[in-house]
Design a protein around this ligand. Structure first.
Ligand SMILES: Nc1ncnc2c1ncn2[C@@H]1O[C@H](COP(=O)(O)OP(=O)(O)OP(=O)(O)O)[C@@H](O)[C@H]1O
Ligand SMILES: Nc1ncnc2c1ncn2[C@@H]1O[C@H](COP(=O)(O)OP(=O)(O)OP(=O)(O)O)[C@@H](O)[C@H]1O
Ligand SMILES: [Mg+2]
Ligand SMILES: [Mg+2]
Lengths: 222, 222
């Protein structure tokens, strides 16, 4: 369902070339759960943002559901993301002026699957309860702890019932107990609902429990 | 060197009261290293920001070096922080328009200890090398990975050679190898330079290795 071929992303700082991704070949099978581990700065977030159509590669190709992604066709990228992808950002990227429940509802307006306001609100509340935040619905991001913001970002990624979830260090700000419940949630979405998941994590033990683990170093798969 | 008495911080959301801190008594001895652990939302960041004079408590007192902190005297708070404290934020809080090395130099202007530009730049470069970022000096925060931004935040907290370091989950975005080098750095600053450290972490194993561990839950010390 996700495949990359020779995927590369280079940055030029003056004369120096930074290889964030260097000819990466990887594949996520239908219903697969892949964890990506590697040192800080090794290219994990870059891999996720390129697969997630949020950033264009310098070279190489990405195939989603067998179709090659055309990064020049901005409209198609927006539609792909809306219908198909859920993204949990490493730095959350919540909308500061919206409450927790509004942040989770927000993607639902564009998807037009749930037709009424009350349906969308009920779905958002259910998602926030799944990540343990039922008591924080009306808080703004600035009125929430780091781990609570991270969990809103996770709930929001699930808002449109995506086929592919790209989660960038979804437990980085969570204690082990809360982190485990999030991982259990992801595992359940994968095993019971067949969602494809690519998760970046620094927690190698948890990664091994979830499925296949690929390692990346200096932009290259090991 | 740090002491809190009945320290409390309450928020009112409509009629509901959120107790972020509830009558917290704690003490950091001279040259102490204290780790604070607890579930997401339990009050750890609130404890650090109040001790760090960045936020006023609702009730109770904070003593730094035996002197009670007066939260109404804004000027004294600024001076205290500048001379005495180094703060690593959970969400980094880097200045987006400044490069890595500029972000680390920035606090040094106000402290007036290093008198020349070249002294400040040399010190900033040394601090960034200590956190493994000598090759990223000229990158903006947006041109850096999450863990690299976190490490700039750590280097910046050390810029004015503070007596008290307050580190909010300083390894949350780091792989175990890089995280260990950061913890070794903090341990060395504590043991060889006598710096006082209060570190919030979700990594209980590392916390135990560093020194005393206090647990917080629902705003209360266990
Ligand atoms: N401005 C605010 N208004 C209302 N509630 C708030 C506000 N700021 C924080 N809170 C609440 O206070 C509690 C403690 O927050 P704090 O940031 O200290 O938690 P934490 O222990 O650092 O959590 P984490 O491990 O997730 O970072 C949280 O439940 C949060 O929702
Ligand atoms: N816009 C940019 N310009 C130059 N270099 C960049 C840019 N964005 C990222 N990089 C570099 O690319 C490398 C990979 O970044 P990436 O964010 O993918 O790392 P990561 O594996 O997610 O790290 P972490 O675990 O710290 O989050 C980093 O070394 C970073 O400095
Ligand atoms: Mg990253
Ligand atoms: Mg916190």
């Amino acid at each position: 369902t996700v495949e990359t071929k020779e995927l590369s992303k280079y940055y030029w700082m003056g004369n120096e070339k930074v290889a964030a991704l260097d000819a990466v070949d990887m594949k996520v099978e239908e219903g697969g759960f892949i964890s990506v581990v590697g040192p800080s700065g090794s290219g994990k977030s870059t891999l996720l943002t390129v697969i997630g159509c949020l950033d264009a590669p310098t070279a190489g190709e990405v195939y989603l559901n067998g179709t090659r992604v055309d990064y020049r066709d901005k409209k198609s990228l927006v539609l792909l993301r809306r219908k198909f992808l859920g993204f949990v950002f490493q730095t959350f990227n919540l909308i500061p002026a919206m409450t927790a429940v509004e942040n989770v509802e927000y993607p639902m307006y564009f998807n037009k699957v749930l037709k009424t306001k009350s349906e969308r609100r009920a779905h958002a509340r259910k998602l926030l309860a799944m990540v343990g935040l039922e008591k924080r619905l009306e808080h703004l991001p600035s009125e929430l702890s780091g781990g609570e913001q991270q969990r809103i970002a996770i709930a929001r990624a699930l808002a449109n019932d995506p086929k592919l979830i790209l989660a960038d260090e979804p437990t980085g700000n969570l204690d082990s107990g809360t982190g485990k419940s999030i991982l259990d949630l992801l595992k359940r979405l994968n095993e019971e609902e067949g969602k494809n998941i690519v998760m970046v994590t620094h927690d190698l033990e948890s990664a091994k429990r979830m499925g296949k683990v690929i390692r990346i170093m200096d932009g290259r798969i090991q």
